[in-house]
Design a protein around this ligand. Structure first.
Ligand code: COA
Length: 258
């Protein structure tokens, strides 16, 4: 499929998606979200892809859902848009670890896209917010749930109710982003994180992602049982043996994902 609104590239073990509607501040049109879902579905089972970077380029991450596609949309149409898979859930459920590399505005659905990723890097220019309330709606792609899980209900309500914006440093202080880097280093830093992730045992990484995500919504005892079962399962993998053996032999492990 030839994409009109995103660019995709492979760099070593990293798969990079760049949102590409610069004249509309990467507003998330149904076409764009459909292309992201398609691109992700193409690499979901590709074991050579060990990390995924989602970025909007050096100027803007995404200024939210495309409001021009919402003016006349009715409930049935909004329902139908989700039938082919919604982008935010697809991102969150990718087996590979995902990194959002955010420069400029990450508003509304853009902030929600960053939050659907596992890790968030922001450049100093980044601005986060959930301004939906200002246009008569509320966040509908994770903003009412993922934001409070990341920064707490009180601060999340402040952003969602008041519809304001926060800068990169404040976002980091609140726990919304993992790290803030100078604008010019953003993509290199994301690639460096992807490289680190690619050096880890891939199956173990996929399993721990699932255990942490699913366990987070369970009661503690159930979550601990889920963790324990997955942990026991790891002892049937070659990578577990390789990791421990390499340590004892004082050499670098050679992980195969088996
Ligand atoms: N949907 C559709 N188009 C959008 C958009 C969105 N969410 N955000 C920006 N654009 C478009 C603008 O309409 C404009 O297009 P035009 O040049 O054809 O008129 C272009 O992107 C540039 O935006 P502009 O508003 O001129 O830039 P700015 O620097 O003055 O302001 C923002 C930037 C992000 C503050 C402002 O664009 C904005 O508030 N966007 C909407 C954010 C929002 O409410 N998102 C949640 C949607 S549910």
């Amino acid at each position: 499929m030839e994409y009109q609104t995103i660019k995709t590239e492979r760099e070593e073990a990293a798969f990079i998606i760049t949102l590409n509607r610069p004249d509309k501040l990467n507003a998330l049109s149904p076409e764009l979200t459909g292309e992201v879902v398609d691109a992700l579905n193409n690499v979901r089972t590709d074991e050579t892809v060990r990390a995924i970077i989602i970025t909007g380029g050096p100027k803007v991450f995404a200024a939210g859902a495309d409001l021009s596609k919402m003016q006349t949309a009715n409930s049935i149409e909004m329902y139908n848009r989700n039938l082919s898979g919604d982008m935010w859930t697809t991102v969150a459920e990718m087996p590979q670890p995902t990194i959002a590399a955010v420069a400029g505005y990450a508003l509304g659905g853009g902030c929600e896209l960053a939050m659907a990723c596992d890790l968030r890097l922001a450049s100093q220019s980044a601005k986060f917010g959930q301004p939906e309330i200002n246009v008569g709606i509320y966040p509908g792609a994770g903003g009412t749930q993922r934001l409070s899980r990341l920064i707490g209900l009180g601060r999340a309500k402040e952003l969602v109710f008041l519809g304001g914006q926060i800068g990169a440093e404040e976002a980091q202080r609140l726990g919304l982003v993992n790290k803030v880097v100078p604008d010019e280093n953003l993509l290199d830093e994301a690639k460096a994180w992807a490289k680190k992730l690619a050096s880890k045992p891939p199956f173990t990484l996929r399993l721990v992602k699932q255990v942490m995500d699913q366990g987070y919504d369970l009661d503690l005892q159930s979550a601990l049982k889920l963790e324990r079962l997955g942990f026991i399962g790891l002892f049937g993998t070659e990578d577990q043996r390789e990791g421990v053996t390499a340590f004892l032999e004082k050499r670098k492990p050679n992980y195969t994902g088996r």
